[in-house]
Write a protein that binds this ligand. Structure first.
Ligand SMILES: Nc1ncnc2c1ncn2[C@@H]1O[C@H](COP(=O)(O)OP(=O)(O)O)[C@@H](O)[C@H]1O
Ligand SMILES: [Mg+2]
Length: 233
């Protein structure tokens, strides 16, 4: 790909918090971070626990309003949209795999994956069901479509949540430490899913504290005490 297509851009984003009760203990969880996510590229953010990775990902995903700075998705300034417009745009264009387990326990695997559809439509279209089943099969979950999340292993659950994040064919896919609690085999499967999504044209952001994910990345950034810096791959 010669033309670079910037899908998402974080422009000097800062998130300040007040720690404890005294207003004097203000600190920046993320400070003036600049981030560019391109179509077809996998960008990785590495950094220690508490360095600000999740805070930045949540701001980039439209889930957490920055104290200052902008997030532009295809030129649209996310935090200038109304709540309703932002939710709709997030639903259509941004897939998020949050840290930890987020499956809805009362829904089957297939229903969990179709949630992004059922949120905004009365009936889930047949093509979406077909697509969901195909995606689940492609990551070895074909036999588990009607299972409940409690019957799945950690690796299977994570694969399910990545499929859910991908079901709307988002322009951006963001995963927050998706392999932190997985064994080697599942780690490799999950990283390959993210790499494949990038190869199919998605702008992928992978947040991790594991260095071994580096071989899947097109660009690597490091977060240290809220400051993001670029590293050569
Ligand atoms: N809602 C909050 N209020 C106050 N401090 C917070 C809040 N969320 C995160 N923090 C702090 O911001 C820093 C960065 O947190 P986080 O982004 O979760 O780090 P990471 O994902 O790299 O582990 C931590 O020091 C954390 O305690
Ligand atoms: Mg985190």
């Amino acid at each position: 790909m010669t033309d670079k297509h910037i899908v998402l851009q974080a422009d000097a984003v800062t998130k300040s918090y007040v720690r404890g009760k005294s207003a004097g203990s203000r600190f920046d969880a993320v400070k003036d971070a600049n981030l560019v996510l391109e179509a077809g590229k996998l960008t990785e953010i590495i950094g220690h626990s508490g360095s600000g990775k999740t805070t930045l990902l949540n701001m980039a995903a439209g889930l957490l309003t920055p104290t200052s700075g902008k997030i532009l998705l295809d030129g649209t300034d996310l935090y200038r949209l109304s709540d309703k417009e932002l939710s709709k745009l997030r639903n259509e264009k941004i897939g998020v795999v949050p840290q930890g387990q987020t499956a809805l326990s009362v829904l089957t695997v297939l229903e969990n994956v179709l949630l992004p559809f059922s949120l905004y439509r009365k009936d889930v279209p047949a093509y979406a069901v077909k697509e969901a089943k195909e995606l689940l099969s492609s990551v070895g979950l074909e036999k588990l479509t009607d299972s409940m999340p409690s019957e799945l292993s950690g690796g299977e659950l994570r694969r399910m949540s990545i499929v859910r994040a991908m079901i709307m064919k988002p322009q951006v896919l963001m995963a927050d430490e998706p392999t932190g609690d997985l064994d080697k085999e599942n780690t490799a499967i999950v990283l390959k899913m993210l790499r494949d999504a990038a190869d199919q044209g998605t702008a992928v952001l992978l947040v991790t504290h594991e260095a071994d994910a580096g071989k899947y990345a097109d660009q690597i950034c490091q977060m240290e005490e809220g400051k993001l810096s670029w590293k050569a791959v």
